[in-house]
Design a protein around this ligand. Sequence first.
Ligand code: HEC
Ligand code: HEC
Ligand code: HEC
Length: 247
Amino acid sequence: MSEETKVATEETAGAATTSAADSTTEATPKKKGKKKWPIVVGVVAAVVIVAGAGFWVWHEQPSFCNAICHTPMDPYNATYDQELHQTGVDKWGNEASTDAMLCVTHKATGATCMSCHVPQISEQVTEGMNWVTGNYVAPLEERSLEELVEARGIASEEFCLNSGCHVNDDGSVMTRDDLAQITADKKRNPHIGQHGEVECSECHKGHRASVMYCSNCHNDAELPEGWITAAEDKKLQKAFESGEAAA
Ligand code: HEC
Ligand code: HEC
Ligand code: HEC
């Protein structure tokens, strides 16, 4: 094999053409050609699978996201690259407690970007096209939980409440009632739909400080360490919309 390769590279272009032509004539006899086909197909398939698997493994790494699309992904990787119990930065470049950002608290349990953002081919194609054509704003618009699961066709709560993520001690998938029990000691229990169900992402934020939504109206709603009030949230969003946000 290596002999042949060596020879091939040393040969002139003209000679290479001749040998290519030779192999074509050799392959022409019907019987020989038929026998070679399965091997060629097999080799091509193997190469595609191995390359694909390698790509998939790389694709699972946080580095993939900004290697491919580095400008818009940088702020997300920056939030993810932080450690717990620090005053860090959010995706807009504001100071934020790392304990109040889901990407950091979940990274501590081994989650990668892909654990939360389960890639769908359709989304990746669209995102790839938007990246190539420059059809995006940086920083990116914030996505709701509904938008994040749209392509997967699942209920928004399943982003968090599914057998691979939040389960009870007996292995059953957690419900809002189970969550309400965990936070039963809070003055305003955030997981009780007192005025109707509130989307998890109204409070729990992936790449910025989580927001105590109930403080929109209840001043006595407790703020966990590093969380922000609804009023602070409005200020941040305004800054983002007016383009004042860093990043
Ligand atoms: C614990 C789950 C989790 C992990 C891990 C995670 N994200 Fe997110 N991501 C979210 C949530 C939730 C949102 C919705 C917006 C928000 O809350 O900031 C989001 C939103 C996004 C968005 C959409 C734009 C936006 O601001 O809404 C991008 C892009 C993104 N994440 C990239 C990444 C990258 C890159 C990584 C890995 C470095 C990552 N995410 C890791 C949960 C996660
Ligand atoms: C109204 C705001 C709000 C909403 C909506 C909300 N949460 Fe929470 N959640 C909280 C607060 C506040 C805590 C307590 C956090 C702390 O003490 O650090 C909490 C804690 C949790 C915890 C426990 C984390 C731990 O300490 O182990 C989980 C899991 C959780 N929420 C999941 C969810 C899911 C899933 C949803 C949607 C079905 C949801 N939450 C909706 C505010 C909310
Ligand atoms: C849009 C404003 C608004 C939001 C947001 C809001 N509430 Fe309320 N809530 C009210 C009003 C108004 C009342 C009834 C007035 C009263 O009795 O104080 C009330 C009453 C309550 C009560 C009945 C006991 C009491 O204090 O009167 C509870 C419990 C409660 N809310 C919890 C919550 C929780 C938990 C959240 C966040 C998931 C929340 N609320 C979000 C406006 C709101």
